[in-house]
Design a protein around this ligand. Structure first.
Ligand SMILES: *Cc1c(COP(=O)(O)O)cnc(C)c1O
Length: 393
């Protein structure tokens, strides 16, 4: 029985070198950085060092880095914190229609509080329509949030243009870089952004730890109140091993970025080429070129995404249908619908997301299994045209 993991956009294993760096902070160096003794001081040093590392890797100052519990908290903090801090200036927010649920759901919560939200449209590739976004900007717009790259279809957004539009009007620009971190180069000054989020577990670091970058001079409200941690902006005893692990994972991911990206893209491109050549009635979703190196998202016509996922799982191949967060529900993905995919195709979508430990042999095995499974599922489908059933592929 194979055990092939093609779901790196959902999470990644912790790199052994990261784990090794974290271990002492669970046991010997367990001190609370808020404590006034040697145990505490050792932890303060570790967190300071991690903050310096993270800051220098993304072109930020250490004072602009806030450690959080992950991407979801960072996204919540960015939109809520900015919306509340600027509420006297205006109550209109813009986020793209293809943001992660951490943003979309929070934006909808803010609507209930009296904020107005425009969900900016995307084109057929999932890219934000710049003209429409510019048209949606109002005098009372205080926040624009567009992700650097999409978690479902991998499309990379024109962040530089969007950020320029926002910032030249004094509107706070935030980008969710959770999928981008470790996959494409990140620098908060190129293109210049006001806020940016990422999460350790998406680039071979630990789960439950993330970062929110906030440019100095930009005001945001607090969402977690408590002690004086994170310069009194986010209470809660510091997750020292997590923070140490996140910094080490980002350091390794950045050092190996071009090499890893090229390798992962070569496995992914081989996989895409075989699927498109050998399986009929299939569509590659997302942008053909401007996409993350690890992402392949397909819609298989006449096939139900969930059935395909379960059959692949039985064959020992782990993938995701639609988005991991909404799997289990039969709602088609909001991302594919925003891209204008008909419901039939949106329901048959599967995301394969590759990682540095995957091989061409695994990709080949997966394509072979996929072909077998799709023939079987289509033969059972009442929607599949009868005259195509005996077609050999
Ligand atoms: C995974 C993900 C998140 C959520 O991050 P967590 O650390 O899992 O909370 C947010 N945005 C994007 C684009 C993601 O892929």
């Amino acid at each position: 029985m194979k055990n092939i993991y093609f779901d790196h956009a959902a999470t990644t294993p912790v790199d052994a070198r990261v784990l090794e760096k974290m271990m002492p902070y669970f046991s010997d160096n367990f001190g609370n950085p808020n404590s006034q003794h040697a145990f505490g001081r050792r932890s303060v040093c570790a967190v300071d060092e991690a903050r310096d590392t993270v800051a220098s890797l993304i072109g930020a100052k250490p004072s602009e880095i806030y450690f959080t519990s992950g991407g979801t908290e960072s996204d919540n903090w960015a939109i809520r914190g900015a919306a509340h801090a600027n509420a006297q200036k205006g109550k209109h927010l813009i986020v793209s229609a293809v943001e992660h649920p951490a943003m979309i759901t929070t934006a909808k919560e803010l609507e209930k509080e009296g904020f107005e939200v425009t969900f900016a449209a995307v084109d057929e590739f999932g890219r934000v329509d710049i003209a429409k976004l510019e048209g949606a900007i109002r005098p009372d717009t205080t926040f624009i949030g567009v992700m650097t790259a999409n978690n479902e279809v991998g499309t990379i957004q024109p962040i530089a243009e969007i950020s320029a539009l926002a910032r030249e009007r004094g509107i706070v620009f935030f980008t969710d870089a959770v999928q981008a971190a470790g996959a494409i180069p990140l620098n908060v000054n190129d293109p210049a952004v006001d806020m940016l989020s990422f999460s350790g577990h998406k680039f071979y670091g630990p789960k439950g730890v993330g970062v929110l970058y906030v440019r100095s001079g930009k005001r945001i409200g607090k969402i977690i109140t408590g002690g004086h941690q994170e310069r009194s902006m986010r209470g809660g005893t510091t997750n020292v091993p997590g923070i140490v692990g996140l910094a080490e994972a980002l350091r390794l991911a950045t050092a190996d970025l071009s090499q890893n990206a090229a390798y992962v893209a070569s496995v992914r491109d081989h996989f895409i080429a075989r699927v498109l050549n050998e399986i009929p009635y299939v569509k590659l979703n997302g942008h053909p070129k401007d996409r993350l190196p690890n992402n392949a998202n397909f819609s298989f016509r006449y096939v139900e995404g969930e059935s395909l996922l379960f059959s692949l799982d039985l064959a020992g191949i782990a993938v995701s249908s639609g988005s991991a967060c909404s799997s289990g529900s039969l709602e088609p993905s909001h991302v594919l619908l925003a891209m204008g995919l008909p419901e039939g195709l949106a329901h048959g979508s599967i995301r394969f997301s590759f990682g540095k430990e995957n091989t061409i042999q695994e990709a080949d095995y997966a394509v072979d299994k996929l072909k077998e499974i799709i023939v079987k599922l289509r033969a059972l489908s009442p929607l599949f045209p009868k005259d195509l059933k005996n077609e050999v592929y």
